[in-house]
Ligand binder design. Structure first.
Ligand code: ZN
Length: 91
């Protein structure tokens, strides 16, 4: 599903922030429309057109950054949990 088709289906606003996106050339600017994959194949999901939406390049990038940070924090938490050899106490 192309940017044009997604725009026709979901409109010209960003999936995340709801603000209008820039569909003009050149693409790749922060306000440019990019295709957001709502299901990540790395988690066992199947990439499907119904899970695609349009989002600002900036919003798409920020989401990826936050997700990577969360993933690293989770890995750190797992490492600490393994080191402790038992479940962390309730806080
Ligand atoms: Zn946005």
């Amino acid at each position: 599903m192309s940017v044009k088709a997604l725009r026709a289906t979901f409109g010209p606003n960003c999936h995340w922030c709801g603000l209008p996106m820039d569909f003009d050339e050149p693409t790749g600017r922060p306000e440019s429309a990019t295709i957001e994959h709502l299901v990540d194949s790395t988690f066992g999901g199947v990439r499907s057109s119904k899970h695609r939406r349009l989002a600002h390049a900036a919003c798409n990038h920020a989401r990826n950054q936050f997700r990577q940070r969360a993933e690293r924090q989770f890995e750190q938490w797992i490492a600490e949990r393994k080191t402790s050899g038992k479940a962390l106490p309730e806080s």
